[in-house]
Structure formats: C-alpha cells, structure tokens
Write a protein that binds this ligand. Structure first.
Ligand code: PNS
Length: 164
C-alpha cells in the first residue's frame, strides 16, 4: 500500500487543488488531504469548515480521505503510514519555497519524499489568496472554485449577493 499526503491550508480549496487531488489520487493506493491547523494565518474558513468543504468536493474521487493536522508534517506522515508528500507547483516562483520545505522535511525524516505535481494549465495562476481577494471585490471566480466553495465564499464575503 503506497499512501501519500497532500498538505496545505486550503483556505478555501480551489479547482487547482482539486485537479492536483484527482491527478495524485490516481498514482497512490490512498491519498490523505491534510489541512494544517494554523489559526495564526487568520483564515477565512475554520479548519472544520475547510475539512467539510474538501470532503464535499472530493466525494467522487476514489481513495481520498480528508484530515486535519497540527505540528510537524513528518510526524503526521508517520501517523497515517505515508512516506510521500504531494505539493502542487504552478510557476517557477513556487519552486524556491517548495524546495526549502521538501529539503527540510527530508532533513527531519529521511523517509519523507516530496513529489511536485503540475496542475492543468488553466489553473496555473489560481491561488486561494487571489480567489478570496477577487471574490471580496465582487469579481467572478466561478471558473476557479467548485460550486460548493463558491456559494460558501459568497456567504462569507458578500452576504448581500446571491449565487444562482
Ligand atoms: O498551503 P500552504 O499554506 O502553502 O501549506 C503549507 C504547509 C501546510 C504544507 C506547511 O506549512 C507545513 O507542512 N506545515 C507543517 C509544519 C512543518 O512541518 N514545518 C516544517 C516543514 S517545512
């Protein structure tokens, strides 16, 4: 059984995240999508809300489970019996930070291997941060997030507006 963990903030999950989840789930027997419990980042959605959103948008993807974690990622890998970390890389600008994290995780645990996945080209510019900013300012993000996430975003950011 080869299991992998796809960790992140997922505040909120985007179509880019979903694309990486679909692609990586096909490569492993099991994929744990792991939401970091880090309230220090002042998230828009609480950890339980993000876990619920991820469960809802991945309901049709086989072999995927959603959990949250705190502390070191390498300890969580051991806990769920996984040795592979999945991270999405959109552009060269992501690489430096991702390389540091991958090497730090390897330093902390020689068994931790990071695999970088490339999303579909139409999602290479999509980030949770920009989705929130654009939605907050009234822009259309309906092509960038799953419908469940879109309606929760509007509820949270533009309570007066309606999503049809
Ligand atoms: O979606 P993000 O915010 O880029 O995800 C970052 C995440 C959750 C992968 C990273 O912050 C993390 O793994 N945090 C857990 C703490 C840890 O293990 N730090 C040391 C390794 S860099």
């Amino acid at each position: 059984m080869k299991r992998a963990v796809y960790p992140g903030s997922f505040d909120p999950p985007t179509n880019g995240h979903l694309d990486i989840i679909r692609r990586s789930s096909r490569l492993f027997d099991g994929l744990v999508v792991a939401v970091l419990e880090n309230e220090g980042k002042s998230p828009l959605f609480s950890v339980p809300e993000r876990v619920d959103l991820l469960r809802s948008v991945t309901a049709g993807v086989a072999g995927v489970e959603i959990q949250s974690f705190s502390g070191l990622l390498v300890n969580f890998l051991t806990k769920v019996d996984a040795s592979v970390v999945i991270r999405g890389i959109r552009a060269v600008s992501d690489y430096e930070y991702e390389l540091q994290m991958a090497l730090m995780n390897r330093e902390l645990s020689e068994h931790a291997e990071t695999i970088f996945m490339i999303p579909a080209v139409e999602y290479t510019y999509v980030s949770s941060r920009l989705v929130k900013e654009v939605c907050r300012l009234g822009g259309d993000v309906s092509n960038l997030v799953p419908p469940t996430v879109l309606s929760r975003l509007h509820e949270r950011l533009n309570p007066a507006s309606r999503v049809r």
